[in-house]
Design a protein around this ligand. Structure first.
Ligand code: DGL
Length: 268
């Protein structure tokens, strides 16, 4: 099957990476909307417009299903896109439910996401359903999207930003951190380090990628075929950046680098 996976930028590569591990025999088109990143600082109307054009482009390339590899776009545009297009559209939402379940008695849950995801009703209604004991706190981290797009995943600037954002929180209270934006997966080592020493237990980081790919497989009737080694350079993926094909050679090296980074942080 031909599967379209899209995001505002490189965050969605983490979802593609999971898809290549779990559904290695499918064909993928990965679309990064680099001309419009970050979505997390745009209006819902703008995001609906951007994602609508992406879906039209991917449909014209003959995809059988779509994954919105972006919590922000899902929270404002998924319903609109599902109403408009007759194709399976899998969205993402911050993995609050598993985090709340895992945190029972061990600590609080901190959800990191973009300002749009945090403001939108989708997350509010999810919290009303699953956070009955009020164990969840929310933290917008738009700066991490900016760092991610420049492939700065570690180092003093990133550490200082994370520390600054966490300044009003008592880190010792938390046991789970929800990575509610696909761009945040690259920062697992820096986020973990920011909590090390402050909590009794090691912080657990939960993202929605595995759940999203399982959901995709179920919707399409595909069998999960977990493979630990993926040859990313030869994988069956076409990369598009705001509609332009990423050619082989240096431009494509970026995506191979990103997959390697994701392999490094997979075990965190
Ligand atoms: N990667 C996206 C998400 O999962 C959004 C990042 C952005 O463009 O602000 O929310």
């Amino acid at each position: 099957m031909k599967i379209g996976i899209f995001d505002s930028g490189i965050g969605g590569v983490s979802v593609l990476n999971e898809a290549l591990h779990k559904l290695p025999n499918e064909n993928y088109i990965f679309y990064a909307d680099v001309d419009h990143v970050p979505y997390g600082l745009k209006t819902p109307e703008e995001i609906i417009g951007f994602t609508d054009s992406i879906v039209q482009e991917l449909l014209s390339q003959g995809v059988d299903a779509l994954v919105i590899a972006c919590n922000t776009a899902t929270s404002v545009a998924a319903d609109y896109l599902r109403d408009k297009y007759d194709i399976p559209i899998i969205g993402m939402e911050p993995a609050v439910k598993p985090a709340v379940e895992a945190s029972k008695s061990s600590g609080r849950v901190l959800v990191m996401a973009t300002p749009v995801t945090i403001r939108e009703n989708k997350l509010r209604s999810l919290l009303q359903k699953v956070d009955t004991d009020h164990m969840v706190d929310l933290l917008p981290m738009p700066g991490l999207v900016r760092f991610a797009e420049s492939e700065t995943f570690d180092g003093p600037e990133v550490e200082a930003y994370i520390d600054e954002q966490l300044a009003i929180f008592d880190r010792s209270l938390y046991s789970e951190v929800v990575l509610g934006c696909t761009h945040f997966n690259y920062f697992k080592p820096a986020i973990k380090a920011a909590f090390d020493g402050a909590t009794k237990q090691t912080i657990e980081m939960i993202d929605g990628n595995v759940g999203t790919i399982k959901h995709l497989a179920e919707r399409l009737g595909l069998e999960i075929n977990e493979t630990s080694f993926v040859n990313f350079a030869d994988a069956n993926v076409t990369y598009l950046e705001s509609g332009r094909i990423v050619p082989d050679g240096r431009p494509k090296d970026k995506y191979n680098r990103l997959h390697l980074r994701l392999e490094e942080v997979r075990a965190f």
